[in-house]
Design a protein around this ligand. Structure first.
Ligand code: HEC
Ligand code: HEC
Length: 344
């Protein structure tokens, strides 16, 4: 494997406004935590040693588990694997390039590099596996689960290798080492607060892409673009990820379900202002995003959309296989163009 590359430094151009905002939010959060830890030390009347600092910082003020910070990654072989895993997680199309068929990174949907509560954080996921999933009706190991996100969320069918990393690949080892480290000190065998994307209560009005179009224009287009295709920097790398179209997640992904997207959006978007949208707005804008074409469900191979819908999407809240604005959704988008010379 090649050495992981760092993401290029964010440039203070207009396009990076969101990233800068995010930086401020994170910086403010870090100060609050530092203040909390400091206050604790003051109250208990002693200067804490390293162990007590660590355990004091294990839970945030609102009761979420707090994973260790990057400067606590050890400088040994284990720490090197943690860093490789983190680099794959935050910069997937560079550090696992052969298996990524779209413009996304794991951390685009698992925010804060897999740390943020209700952003399906990796510390909470780690302590739940192996786990039964109705999606494939079997016990899933963490490797199986990550393979699923490569197949659907990262659209591996359009990657150079044409599918997810093979079983036992170092990519899985490194990613799991990162998750294991993030979960240092996390409670096991009990419910853990902040797991998954949370839920959004059903509303009386249900959901509507027409209403969602307005929510999108007012709250999302500034970063994700008026046509939902995201925005790239001058090096051609996504600064704001696409929400539909050929460089997005495919129809088999969890995010392609309106209820899952509504929960993600309610708890995580607009970036750095989670909870700003009402439940109704979250449902409507999720429906709007789902009303456009995206890469096809890889399980569709050799089947019609109708058969695939019956077999894999029965009962799901998703526009796959439905006709919206006169267009049958689920046909898929063409393969995105690959840079010249890419591939083997
Ligand atoms: C397009 C958004 C998206 C991207 C990109 C993405 N995921 Fe996910 N991930 C999800 C969703 C949605 C779920 C929840 C799935 C569901 O509800 O079926 C999930 C679930 C998971 C889980 C299980 C969480 C739990 O609490 O059980 C793990 C682990 C995971 N993803 C890892 C990854 C890794 C590693 C990558 C990159 C290789 C990745 N994901 C990329 C959206 C995404
Ligand atoms: C300030 C800029 C900004 C705004 C406004 C914003 N987003 Fe995002 N959004 C981002 C960024 C950046 C990410 C990736 C997060 C990361 O990598 O940390 C993201 C990720 C996402 C994702 C998951 C990744 C993907 O591409 O599918 C979805 C879905 C999403 N946003 C939907 C929305 C919706 C809906 C709104 C409006 C309610 C919205 N966003 C408003 C910046 C923004």
């Amino acid at each position: 494997m090649t050495e992981p590359k760092e993401a290029p430094e964010a440039k203070p151009a207009d396009i990076n406004k969101g990233l800068l905002t995010r930086w401020w939010i994170h910086a403010a959060g870090a100060v609050l935590i530092a203040v909390a830890v400091g206050a604790l030390a003051y109250e208990s009347g002693f200067v804490p040693n390293r162990e007590t600092v660590q355990s004091a910082s294990q839970t945030t003020a609102d009761g979420f588990f707090q994973p260790p910070s990057d400067d606590q990654i050890p400088n040994d072989e284990f720490g090197a694997a943690v860093r490789r895993g983190q680099a794959i997680f935050t910069n997937t199309s560079t550090n696992a390039s052969q298996y990524v068929g779209n413009g996304l990174s794991c951390s685009n949907c698992h925010l804060g590099a897999g740390r943020q509560p209700f952003s399906a954080p990796m510390w909470a996921a780690w302590v739940q596996y192996p786990k039964y999933r109705s999606k494939n009706k079997q016990i899933n190991t963490m490797e199986d689960r990550v393979k699923g996100c490569f197949s659907y969320s990262m659209n591996a069918q359009h990657s150079i290798k044409g599918g997810p990393p093979p079983a036992g690949d170092d990519i899985y080892r490194d990613l799991q080492t990162y998750m294991y480290w993030l979960a240092t000190g996390a409670p096991t065998n009990e419910a853990i607060k902040g797991v998954g994307f949370g839920k959004v209560a059903k509303t009386e009005l249900g959901y509507s892409p027409e209403r969602g179009a307005e929510v999108f224009a007012a709250n999302c287009a500034v970063c994700h673009g008026g046509d939902g295709q995201g925005q790239k920097d001058i090096n051609g790398r996504y600064v704001f990820p696409p929400l539909w179209g050929e460089n997005s997640y495919n129809w088999g992904a969890g995010m392609a379900r309106i209820d899952t997207a509504a929960a993600f959006i309610k708890h995580n978007m607009p970036l750095s202002q989670p909870g700003r949208l009402t439940d109704q707005e979250a449902w409507d804008v999720a429906a709007y995003i789902d009303s456009f074409e995206r890469p096809k469900d890889p399980r569709q191979k050799g089947k019609t959309i109708e058969e695939t819908r019956k077999q894999y999407h029965e009962g799901d809240q998703i526009y796959y296989g439905q006709t919206v604005n006169g267009v049958l959704l689920g046909v898929g988008t063409p393969d995105p163009e690959r840079p010249v010379g890419a591939g083997d």
